[in-house]
Design a protein around this ligand. Structure first.
Ligand SMILES: Nc1nc2c(ncn2[C@@H]2O[C@H](COP(=O)(O)OP(=O)(O)OP(=O)(O)O)[C@@H](O)[C@H]2O)c(=O)[nH]1
Ligand SMILES: [Mg+2]
Ligand SMILES: [Zn+2]
Length: 324
């Protein structure tokens, strides 16, 4: 053994180092696991471990792959650095807020959970979330939960949602965590993957995860009868292993969803249905608002792009302009 080899060996003996994934985040405490193994152990960060690219409130998010060092003889490990992210979900808690928050990273898919009642879905929220998924490279499925609650009033609205987002090119699934409808399909979709369940409070994120694995008993709570909204039951970010395979991340319900680093000029490229046709606009660049010969507006008129999505785009364009 030459000297270099020997010194590397010696330092590994003293302080165990390795790479692991962040599986839980509460305040300043983290839990790590060397996925796909589930060998959860505690860790802290020291010093200023901040990402350069984002002005983020949390330097490390669930899903991050980190380099850690464990002290001799055991005890809490120290996170030394973060490996580059494959993707992430990031938001501003409010549009005027300067700081952003990384919800989770390195995701194979995110399930955006929505409900038509208790609570009622907000399209503006959904569309902002979807823009972020496009901008930050996260494959997304819209999961319509609580199908057992839907009667004559809601059923046509479910169809309308499927039409709007199907036309835009998004995958949509219907589900009932209560009756177990389609949970088998969802289990399949989680196998071998790291997925995030996101959405407003009360839509049933934790209930869905419980329905995927009887061994899990995440806390859930009835929505407020008065406000018909969730009670913000889940308060931290946590990954759970599924016995059927795969890892799922539960998170607190989101109130507001502000876009981070999405320039006005590129906004339409994050609407897949607009991206598909905008090369045919007469003027390039085109804002798809007032320009003659605009292929996007033409597609809206022909019904190929839904009016609702186009209006969402206009709303975001206006707001982003105001707050940048
Ligand atoms: N009828 C019906 N109720 C459901 C379904 N899924 C969840 N619920 C109920 O909706 C309420 C909220 O569910 P949670 O799982 O706590 O919702 P959450 O999205 O995790 O909420 P937060 O943790 O606050 O973000 C609970 O009373 C659940 O029992 C469903 O498919 N059908
Ligand atoms: Mg919850
Ligand atoms: Zn145009």
């Amino acid at each position: 053994m030459d000297f270099v080899q020997f010194s590397i060996f010696a330092s590994m003996e003293k302080n165990k180092t390795g790479i692991a994934t962040v599986v839980k985040h509460t305040g300043s405490h983290y839990m790590l696991s060397r996925l796909p193994a589930w060998d959860v152990f505690p860790a802290v960060i020291t010093g200023k471990l901040r990402l350069k690219d984002f002005n983020s409130t949390n330097p490390i998010a669930v899903g991050d792959r980190v380099e850690f060092e464990s002290p001799e003889g055991g005890g809490t490990s120290v996170i030394k650095s973060i490996l580059p992210r494959k993707n992430c979900i990031i938001r501003k808690s409010a549009n005027l807020s300067r700081q952003s928050h990384v919800i989770a990273s390195n995701l194979d898919r995110v399930f955006l959970v929505v409900t038509l009642k208790h609570p009622e879905v907000k399209m503006q929220f959904v569309d902002r979330f979807l823009v972020t998924c496009q901008a930050y490279n996260v494959p997304v499925t819209i999961l319509i939960n609580k199908t057992d609650l839907y009667g004559e009033e809601e059923k046509p609205r479910v169809e309308k949602l499927k039409e709007i987002y199907g036309k835009a090119g998004y995958e949509i699934m219907e589900l009932s965590a209560a009756t177990g409808e389609n949970t088998g399909l969802l289990k399949e979709a989680c196998k071998g993957r790291i997925v995030l369940f996101s959405g407003q409070s009360g839509v049933g994120k934790s209930s869905i995860i419980n329905a995927l694995d009887p061994a899990l008993t995440l806390r859930t709570e009835e929505i407020s009868e008065y406000h018909l909204q969730g009670k913000h039951t889940t308060t931290f970010y946590e990954m759970h292993p599924l016995s059927s395979g795969g890892f799922v991340i539960d998170m607190p319900g989101i109130r507001g969803f502000g876009l981070v680093n999405v320039a006005k000029e590129e906004l339409s490229t994050y609407f897949p249905e607009m991206l598909r046709v905008e090369d045919d606009c007469r003027f390039i660049p085109c804002t798809h608002t007032h320009e003659p010969g605009c292929a996007v507006k033409e597609a809206v008129e022909k019904g190929m792009i839904s009016v609702e999505r186009y209006e969402s785009y206009l709303g975001m364009l206006e707001e982003e302009g105001k707050y940048r």
